[in-house]
Design a protein around this ligand. Structure first.
Ligand code: ACO
Length: 428
């Protein structure tokens, strides 16, 4: 028999079913609470609310563990590739060689955008933020592919998933090219996924461009590390928007917008801007840390802190090491990396950060790598979006297969005016 917890409200006692996940996470099922008692629960920021049962990603924030489908992030980072991890997230198992060939081939042949997309990009201002451009263009995919919009049709889902993964790098690179007036490059389907993205970003019709294998490997690693992170802000957005039964492109477009915010994926751009400001204003790392602590200053130490990780973020540990390796291989000396390391060292010993359990997160060092390979700061979050895409898709697919799926619709406690008579305009 299922275990229950008892909740007493006044004279009434009700039984709340208890759930336990495969890693021992426990939850109380309150879905009948309002029907049985008239009460709802309040949980601003959903810090204690489970919105679904999921078998995609496991995080233990106290111990700094991250796994995709049961595989440790450290193993995937060192032994896998981004497309292999994408397959794992979406289909639930590591691909066999023939499954990976099929998947890679299907992604490869869908990289081009309809020529009319050029008009969409050219209608945007030159300084349009790439995240706004990406969200608009991904939303527009629904207008170009009306044949694959039904989330209940498995063939349509498969084709829209492959199109989405194939086209987002092209979209992101076109947003970048548009910002400084360079012609859009056609994808080179002879290249691997990441190498093709670098070609789309950095080649031009007048110059040969050969992607550097060190850079390709570094970006592939960063994409793997960003690929899923259970019910974060943008993933919950994709699920919530998707729960209305809207098509995949619309749900992903919404997720891109959620990711853009500086408290979420937009932090990677903010980190590099923070590091550059410290360098350019001649501030010391300690001075900036004091600012980030001050209640009179709105600055935060960007790239620090996480809702779930209260020990360390395993992604940040891997990225910090990769940062040293990649910069050494490329022969880049980065003042920004020095400042980042100083900030980390000071913050990790400071009572303010220790008491609040604030550690470097995935965004703290990733920007230093992007910066060292010539990626402009406003493209950092677009790279995060390319990485997070398979996670968003996997969560969207899982939600549609869940027999308990319902449209997402939280409640509220109303604290506004009680009913009052309407006052005509001339009497106000
Ligand atoms: N610098 C300074 N103080 C911080 C920071 C920070 N980076 N992060 C949290 N704090 C402080 C808050 O001021 C608050 O202090 P108080 O208790 O004295 O009021 C306390 O720590 C708790 O912070 P909350 O914002 O309530 O924590 P929450 O879990 O809601 O937020 C978040 C987590 C948004 C990541 C936060 O730590 C933050 O803003 N970090 C900087 C932005 C960032 O790096 N975002 C990327 C996160 S990873 C990702 O989304 C991909």
């Amino acid at each position: 028999m299922a275990k229950t917890a008892q909740l007493r409200i006044g004279d009434q006692t009700i039984e709340l079913p208890m759930l336990e996940g495969t890693e021992g996470e426990r939850a109380l099922d309150i879905s009948r609470l309002r029907a049985e008692t008239g009460y709802i629960t309040m949980d601003p920021g959903y810090a204690n609310t489970g919105s679904c049962q999921s078998s995609i990603c496991f995080i233990n924030g106290e111990q700094g563990i991250l796994r995709y489908r049961g595989y440790d992030i450290e193993d995937l980072a060192s032994r896998s590739s981004f497309l292999e991890v994408s397959f794992l997230l979406i289909y639930g198992t590591l691909p066999t060689p023939s499954q990976l060939d099929y998947f890679t081939h299907s992604i490869r042949i869908h990289t081009m955008l309809h020529e009319d997309f050029k008009a969409l990009f050219s209608s945007l201002p030159k300084d349009a933020h790439p995240m706004a451009a990406c969200s608009a263009a991904v939303g527009a995919l629904a207008t170009f592919y009306p044949d694959s919009l039904d989330p209940r049709n498995s063939r349509q889902v498969e084709i829209s998933v492959h199109r989405m993964i194939a086209k987002l790098p092209t979209i992101a690179a076109y947003a970048y090219k548009h910002s400084f007036g360079q012609p859009f490059m056609f994808p080179r389907n002879s290249l691997e996924y990441v190498a093709n993205f670098l070609h789309l970003m950095f080649a031009n019709p007048c110059e040969e461009y050969e992607p550097d294998p060190v850079v390709v490997k570094a970006i592939d690693l960063l994409l793997i590390l960003h690929a899923d992170h259970e019910q974060n802000c943008s993933t919950s957005t994709v699920r919530l928007v998707g729960s209305s039964m809207v098509n995949l492109f619309a749900a992903i477009s919404a997720g891109i917008n959620a990711l853009w915010g500086p408290r979420h994926g937009g932090a990677n751009q903010e980190v590099i801007e923070m590091l550059a400001a410290i360098r350019d204003e001649g501030m010391t790392a300690r001075q900036f840390v004091e600012r980030a602590k001050s209640k009179d200053d709105t600055s935060r130490l960007m790239g620090f802190g996480h809702r779930v990780y209260k020990n360390h973020d395993p992604r940040a540990t891997i990225i910090k090491k990769a940062c040293d390796d990649v910069l050494a291989k490329l022969g880049v000396h980065s003042k920004l990396l020095e400042i980042a390391k100083d900030l980390e060292e000071i913050a990790l010993k400071d009572d303010y950060f220790v008491e609040r359990k604030l550690y470097p997160n995935v965004d703290f060092y990733s920007g230093v790598i992007y910066n060292a390979i010539g990626t402009p700061a406003n493209m950092f979050t677009a790279l995060f979006a390319i990485g997070r895409l398979p996670g968003w898709i996997a969560q969207w697919v899982e939600m549609h297969g869940d027999p308990d799926m319902k449209i997402g619709r939280p409640r509220q406690v109303y604290v506004g005016e009680n009913a009052r008579p309407f006052v005509p305009l001339d009497q106000r």
